[in-house]
Ligand binder design. Structure first.
Ligand code: AHR
Length: 307
C-alpha cells in the first residue's frame, strides 16, 4: 500500500503533519472512483499525509492494509469496509495500538462500539426506501402484478444488505409487487450486464429493474437493448448513486429514477479525522444528506454534475 502517500513525513516523525491510513474498497464503480478522488484531494488540501491502499474488493486485503497501517504507527486509520462482518479482531489490534479508527461510506456490524470512533456515510436503508417509494407512487391505482428483478451489490456489503432491506420493507405493503429474481452483480458494469442477460432469459415478463448502483444499471441497459427491448419503457429502471453516466442515461429516458448516494465525503472525512486525533468529541454517526432525481430533473442537472 501507500500509492497515494509517498510523503517524506513518516508517521510519528514529529513533523506535526497528520498521517492517515485509508483502506479503500476498490475501483469497482464510478461512485468509488469519485470517492477516492474526493478523499485524496481533500487530504492534500488539508495537509494530511494520506497512505492509500486499494483492496480490490477483498476483505483480506483490507485486513492486511489495516495491519500495515498499525505497524507504521499512523495517527488515524479510516476505511470503507467491503463487507459488514468479520472486523472485530483487526479493530481490536488497532485499539490496542491506540490508533483511532473512523469508518467512511460503509458500516461494520461489530457489537463493540468502542472499536471505532465514528461512522461517516449514507443511510443505505433510507436509499432503499426511497427507491421503493418511487415504485409505489409510479404504480399507484394499478392492480396488475409488477414483476421486479433486483441486481444486488457486493454480497455481505452494507449497501447491498441495506438497500435490499429498505426497498423490501416498502414494497411488501402491496402484494402486486413481486421480486421474481434477485442476484448480485458485485456493483460492476460487466457483472450487471451478465446477470441481466440471465434474468432476461429466465424471466419472460420483467416490468422493473431495481439496481443497487448505477454501474450495474448501465451494464443491464446494454443487455436489455441487445435483447431488443427499450430500457426505461419496456423495463423501468430504478438505480442508486447519481454518477454522470446515469444522468445521461436518464436524460435519454433509459433510467427512470436515481436515488442519490453522495461520494464526495473527502472534506468532511479530513475534518473528522483531525478532530478524532485531537481527542475532540465527535458524533458516532454522521449521515450524508441526499436526494432523488427523476428524468425531468436529470437533463437540467447534467451540466453541473461533478462525477
Ligand atoms: O458503498 C457505496 C456503494 O459502493 C456505491 O453505491 C457503489 O456504486 C459502490 O461501489
Amino acid at each position: 500500500c501507500g500509492s497515494g502517500g509517498g510523503s517524506k513525513d513518516s508517521a510519528g516523525s514529529g513533523s506535526g503533519k497528520l498521517t492517515v491510513g485509508f483502506s479503500q474498497v476498490g475501483a469497482e464503480s464510478g461512485w468509488r472512483t469519485a470517492n477516492t478522488k474526493s478523499v485524496q484531494d481533500a487530504a492534500k488540501k488539508a495537509g494530511v499525509n494520506l497512505k492509500f491502499s486499494d483492496a480490490q474488493q477483498k476483505q483480506e486485503n483490507q485486513i492486511k492494509a489495516i495491519r500495515s497501517f498499525i505497524q507504521q504507527k499512523v495517527d488515524v486509520i479510516t476505511f470503507s469496509p467491503v463487507v459488514e462482518s468479520g472486523w472485530d479482531t483487526v479493530l481490536k489490534e488497532a485499539k490496542d495500538a491506540k490508533i483511532p479508527v473512523v469508518l467512511t461510506d460503509r458500516a461494520v456490524d461489530s457489537k463493540d462500539e468502542s472499536l471505532y470512533a465514528s461512522f461517516l456515510g449514507s443511510d443505505f436503508v433510507e436509499e432503499g426506501k426511497k427507491a421503493g417509494d418511487w415504485l409505489v407512487k409510479e404504480y399507484q391505482g394499478k392492480t396488475d402484478p409488477v414483476n421486479i428483478v433486483e441486481l444486488q451489490g457486493t454480497t455481505g456489503s452494507a449497501p447491498a444488505n441495506d438497500r435490499k432491506a429498505g426497498f423490501g420493507d416498502v414494497i411488501k405493503a402491496d402484494p402486486k409487487f413481486k421480486v421474481v429474481a434477485s442476484q448480485t452483480g458485485d456493483f460492476t458494469r460487466a457483472k450487471g450486464k451478465e446477470v441481466m442477460q440471465a434474468f432476461l432469459k429466465s424471466q419472460p415478463n420483467i416490468d422493473v429493474l431495481y439496481a443497487h448502483n448505477d454501474d450495474m444499471a448501465l451494464g443491464a441497459i446494454q443487455a436489455i437493448e441487445e435483447a431488443g427491448k427499450k430500457p426505461g419503457k419496456d423495463i423501468k429502471i430504478i438505480s442508486v448513486d447519481g454518477v454522470k453516466d446515469a444522468f445521461t442515461a436518464m436524460a435519454d429516458g433509459k433510467i427512470n429514477v436515481v436515488v442519490e448516494c453522495n461520494p464526495l465525503l473527502g472534506d468532511q472525512l479530513m475534518e473528522l479525522v483531525k478532530k478524532v486525533k485531537a481527542g475532540e468529541q465527535v458524533p458516532r454517526r454522521i449521515k450524508t444528506v441526499e436526494g432523488v432525481f427523476t428524468q425531468d430533473q436529470a437533463a437540467a442537472a447534467l451540466p453541473g454534475r461533478q462525477y
